[in-house]
Design a protein around this ligand. Structure first.
Ligand SMILES: *Cc1c(COP(=O)(O)O)cnc(C)c1O
Length: 405
């Protein structure tokens, strides 16, 4: 399989079957998955100790270029532990993107801290560094060697940036201002493994980073996650906390309350096989993005996702904005039409400052995230999306627009 070109793999044996749904983003299993999982079963290494876990950690660490990696049960647990080991305490505050899947904000609450929601930038839709800087300068004050939020009186401790949809955040200004105020910077790179910021891989751009290997991510372990950091103390502590804080495995002595958050050997085996395909999958996703961008350049009312000159996006899930007036219908009406045509699409996430789950948390001028939420649709972007199926999606989107104008 390894020597077949991506385009050849995307030829479509079942084009034209009327029943088939074109999914938003399904996993791709085309490598050594069966072989590596069979090795786990044959050797009876199935749980969270086992050689595949270490192999998987090493593969991701090497790929990203970090020093240490600790595999976890999923991306959400990775975030929880990353916040703990980087010293975020109850009643402290963490700046976090408002336009993201909810997991990072929830993890902030798990440690008893509070999110402060930051807007998305208008072009690339990532955490807006200018608004972050304005918030820290205008809304906070520096006292007793720490930064305090003037509105809540709480200590501001960290910035949690989320590289959404496969594209990196503009990290240099964020890290720069964080250093000025002595804040920890955590990357949630769950959606962007393989993406680059100014030639550097996401996941090693700040103090500590988290990945997810859920089934909808670019590579999967079924469920899984990883914490990456160059800080040896934090990595050691992450390993300790995720394995029940075990101090003496023979006598079962635990000095602290820990968590059962480790990845299993079977899941890690799946991850090892998936890592071998990552670069190929990134190329395929970028090819899917190019095809959408080219097709929609001539459709009025559709604005495509952008890639910054300083970024190499992995285009995890391709997204576009639908302008009701010039396209002829809203993003939600288009979603319904596409659903009728058996094409699965989704809006972006409800901005978290609007989420009932985070009612009462502070938000700083998050207007652009709301505009995006109203207009954006995520389109089918599976690695296995064939040229024929993608063409079908494109044709539907063209036709609905023509029919409505
Ligand atoms: C998927 C995802 C996570 C983690 O999800 P898990 O299902 O817990 O692995 C965290 N943050 C973001 C932005 C995500 O997209």
């Amino acid at each position: 399989m390894n020597d077949i070109a991506p385009m050849a793999l995307r030829s479509d044996p079942d084009a034209g079957l009327p029943e088939e749904i074109i999914p938003l983003c399904e996993p791709e299993i085309r490598g050594n998955e069966w072989k590596y999982i069979k090795e786990c079963l044959d050797t009876k290494w199935v749980s969270s100790a086992g050689p595949a876990v270490e192999r998987f950690e090493t593969a991701v660490v090497k790929y990203v270029g970090a020093k240490y990696g600790v595999a976890t049960a999923n991306g959400t647990t990775a975030l929880h532990i990353a916040l703990l080991v980087s010293g975020i305490r109850p009643e402290e505050e963490v700046l976090v993107s408002t336009l993201t899947f909810i997991a990072p904000a929830n993890a902030i609450r798990y440690v008893g801290a509070w999110p402060i929601f930051m807007d998305a930038d208008p072009i690339y839709w990532q955490m807006d560094p200018e608004k972050v800087a304005n918030f820290l300068k205008k809304e906070c004050s520096w006292q007793r060697n720490a930064l305090y939020n003037k509105t809540t009186g709480r200590r501001v401790k960290a910035i949690l940036t989320v590289h959404i949809l496969g594209h990196p955040c503009d990290m240099d200004p964020i890290v720069q201002i964080a250093r000025k105020y002595n804040l920890v910077v955590i990357e949630d790179a769950s959606e962007s493994l393989g993406a680059r910021y100014k030639e550097r891989m996401v996941g090693q751009l700040a103090d500590i980073a988290c990945f997810s290997f859920n089934g909808n991510k670019i590579i999967t372990t079924g469920g899984g996650g990883m914490i990456l950091t160059d800080n040896e103390g934090w990595a050691t502590r992450a390993r300790y906390l995720t394995t029940q804080a075990k101090n003496d495995p023979v006598e079962s002595i635990h000095n602290e309350i820990g968590y059962n958050y480790r990845l299993t050997n079977i899941q890690a085996a799946l991850g090892c096989a998936q890592m071998e395909k990552l670069d190929e999958y990134v190329d395929i996703k970028r090819g899917i993005a190019r095809a959408y961008a080219q097709a929609f350049s001539s459709v009025p009312g559709i604005t495509c996702m952008q890639e910054a000159s300083w970024a190499r996006s992995i285009f995890w899930i391709y997204s576009m904005l639908v302008d009701e007036t010039s396209y002829g219908m809203t993003s939600r009406a288009l979603l319904a039409h596409l659903q009728g045509a058996r094409v699965e699409t989704r809006p972006l996430w409800q901005p978290l400052h609007r989420s009932p789950a985070h009612k009462g948390a502070q938000a700083y001028h998050c207007d652009f995230a709301e505009a995006l939420f109203n207009k954006a649709l995520r389109l089918p972007s599976s690695v296995g999306l064939t040229v024929a199926k993608q063409q079908k999606v494109i044709e539907f989107i063209r036709r609905f627009s023509e029919g409505n104008r």
